[in-house]
Design a protein around this ligand. Structure first.
Ligand code: OSB
Ligand code: MG
Length: 382
């Protein structure tokens, strides 16, 4: 039995080592919404909401997630006796549309709390099977191809198993060609457009077929499936969907429509682990490989992604870079590291997340916080 008695929402500010640019915007500093869930039995865990500052990746933001959690979602959980973490998704999803990242922060926290209380690792509770997971790097858009090439070469030297480069119209074909020429044919390379193109630009995108990419991620509209299917019919390179896959039904539709051949699973984007696991299973059944995407998470969110990526059908390297790739100093101990074979160790022999939060650092980075209890959140939804 799980019973969340207390929830603390906290916003921190964490500076990136270098700005991260995707087709729809740039992040210099990550505003991060963290949750702290405390069980009636006294166990407590931190979780992370992956929403960004601005709605340029998905409609959610740090501020909408804070509102959704405080106003509608937390009241459904606080003080309630839950049979287990697997009931949380349905509790949060019924008659509350959207807000997947807000739902996921609570739902994934409930999984970690259950793991912590039971004294097992989050990976084992989720059904993970691997002790190490292969890691890729996601490289933001650079001012010129040479700058991207330098970063890609350094990443290969560091051991990364997959190199992903962000593209947008005007900064695409030449950049990918330059990286492919520099790295050689045997390096796993892919491009992510974050919805920057339309189907009218299909002929332009087909030029990417020349570079032997393992996949092209989300070239078209952020909620599109039909046009991606039309593009995939013409394109040799497998399309991987990210933004478009927001639920199990959307993954099933992708398979049915043949909108892509690979799925990037971000548990935050799909409302949490229950749906992430269901998508993983459906894709495994359909012969669709999946991999775990990233949202520039702190070491807390990373713990959740690493646990998920230890499931068997996560057969491609995830965007699971070590702490030092993003932050001057991460808020967890130990920080996440990668070995020289590009593998991240899954902490399967410690209970819960397998990392501890550096409380002092977290406090010093905090911009605001709010505590909710069953009594304080009785307003709202039954
Ligand atoms: O599309 O996967 C994406 C970062 C910000 C917004 C969207 C994406 C990304 C990444 C970063 O690719 C992956 C990471 O956390 O390393
Ligand atoms: Mg993506």
């Amino acid at each position: 039995m799980l019973c969340i008695d207390r929830l603390i929402l906290r916003e921190i500010r964490l500076a990136l080592r270098e700005p991260f640019r995707i087709s729809s915007g740039v992040v210099h500093e990550r505003r991060i919404l963290l949750l702290e869930l405390t069980d009636r039995g006294g166990a407590s865990v931190m979780s992370e909401c992956v929403a960004f500052d601005l709605p340029n990746y998905s409609p959610e933001t740090v501020d909408t997630a804070w509102l959704a959690i405080r106003q509608w979602l937390a009241p459904r959980l606080l003080g309630r006796e839950l049979a287990g973490p697997d009931v949380v998704h349905a509790l949060l999803d019924t008659n509350i549309r959207g807000h997947n990242m807000a739902k996921a922060a609570l739902e994934m926290g409930a999984w970690a709390l259950a793991a912590e209380s039971a004294g097992v690792s989050l990976s084992s509770l989720l059904g993970g099977t691997r002790d190490r997971v292969p890691t890729g790097i996601s490289l933001g858009i650079q001012g010129e191809p040479a700058a991207l090439v330098a970063r890609a070469e350094a990443a290969v030297a560091a051991g990364y198993r997959k190199i992903k480069v962000k593209i947008r119209p005007g900064q695409d074909i030449d950049y990918v060609r330059a990286v492919r020429d520099a790295l050689g044919a045997s390096i796993g390379l892919m491009a992510d457009a974050n919805s920057a193109y339309t189907l009218e630009e299909a002929a332009h995108l087909l030029q990417l077929d020349a570079f032997g990419l393992i996949m092209v991620e989300q070239p078209l509209g952020d909620d599109d499936l039909v046009r991606h299917a039309a593009l995939q019919r013409q394109m040799k390179t497998p399309i991987c969907l990210d933004e478009s896959i927001t639920s199990l039904a959307r993954a099933e539709d992708m398979i049915e429509l043949k909108s892509g051949r690979i799925v990037n699973i971000k548990p935050g984007r799909v409302g949490g682990f229950t749906t992430a696991k269901a998508i993983h299973d459906v894709c495994a059944g359909a012969g669709i490989p999946v991999w775990c995407g990233g949202m520039l998470e702190s070491g807390i969110g990373r713990a959740y992604n690493v646990a998920l990526a230890s499931l068997p059908n996560f057969s491609l390297p995830g965007d699971l870079s070590p702490s030092a790739r993003y932050w001057f100093r991460d808020i967890v101990t130990p920080e996440w590291t990668m070995d020289d074979e590009g593998m991240v160790h899954v902490p399967r022999d410690s209970a819960g997340l397998g990392v501890a939060v550096d409380r002092e650092l977290m406090e010093s980075l905090t911009l605001r916080s709010e505590e909710l209890t069953a009594a304080s959140s009785m307003v709202g939804v039954a």
